[in-house]
Write a new protein. Sequence first.
Length: 424
Amino acid sequence: MKGEHTYDSDTFASSLFGAWTGPAIGLLDLDAFFASVEQLDHPEWRGKPVIVGGDPDERGVVSTASYEARRFGVHSAMPSAQAKRLCPQAIWTHGHFDRYREMSAQVMAILADETPYVDRVSIDEAFFDISPGRYSSESPVAICQRIAHRVSELGVTCSIGLGRNKTVAKIASERDKPRGLTVIVPGTEAGFLAPLPVRAMSGIGKAAEAALVARGIHTLGQLAAVDLELLRPVFGVNADMMRQRAAGAEVSEVTPIDAVDEVKSVSNERTFGTDLTDRADVEAAIALLGESVGRRLRRRGLAGRTVTLKLKFTYGKGRTIQRKLPHPTDDENIFVPVAIELLGSVWAPGMHIRLAGLGISDFDMTGGVQTDLFCEVDDRGVQTSERRELSVAVERVRERFGRGVVNFGRASRFDSDVVRRDKA
């Protein structure tokens, strides 16, 4: 159902979709957000191909392309030079992140008007819980229609997926873009997911897809029905979780907005199936932990000053060491080298490590963080590196196409044999 067909009547929504039972989780995704804001602020650009990103002549990357540019094959995270060849007539801009953040805040405020349960995934995407009886007795469908209408009044548009969990909501939000509202009625999750290719579910990238296809698993319905032991070599300890998600049986939690302000640290820990004793392996593990921490810092708009490295050894002892940075950062290309420096004071090659953890705390809560693809220097004192642009570009690719589609070499060593614990 397209967003332009707006129904304000809760009674109509109930008659169309029936009384909603159980959880109601929505995923709001702003359509071609950066480019849409540029077209809003430059009326002469409306209806024309607009590309927001780095310079085509300087190895830049596309952040967002308007739908007019997408018709030529341009998409997010594409090299700018390739985008220019596909759409030479496009209007290019490096973007105006302060403006995007301002507009994003207005959209998040609309969600907050409807429910206190909001998980902001990125600057242009957020989950929200509108389960009947949890905060409101109104039809979740009517709430989504109102949200879409209010967003359109800002001058941009969104697509919304509504279902009983995050996996269903995420996939539904991508079914009918732009200006789409896709509702997966309670009890129909398995039927909706079953015919879809396995790559439709986040967390299944190119490598995982190939491994599943080799086992005769092509669709989410097949994934949901397969014996768990067949999935363990592909997903490790996450095998059962992935099967549950494919069946539409995931139970999702949406964090209240107020809980974000209470976050004291963001960290990631991994327990290794085989003890690490080689320095190259330990450094690679720390780098992989840092990649997760950096991504989650940027999603929450946090930057911290204190780096904490935690190690546990097989003989039951452990060590934790910290270092304070001169400036807050959300960039793993800055804090991972610091953690590796700290490593030498608590560990020596040959010592067995069964668990490693990396965390960032002591947040700068006063100025906020720039989280776009374009900034190299933050004028509010948040430290960044030139490689940060690459990290953010990789995140956007993974969000759209799955984690396995792009991996740094270090990732392949650990993803299949660890127990991971994210903390925030």
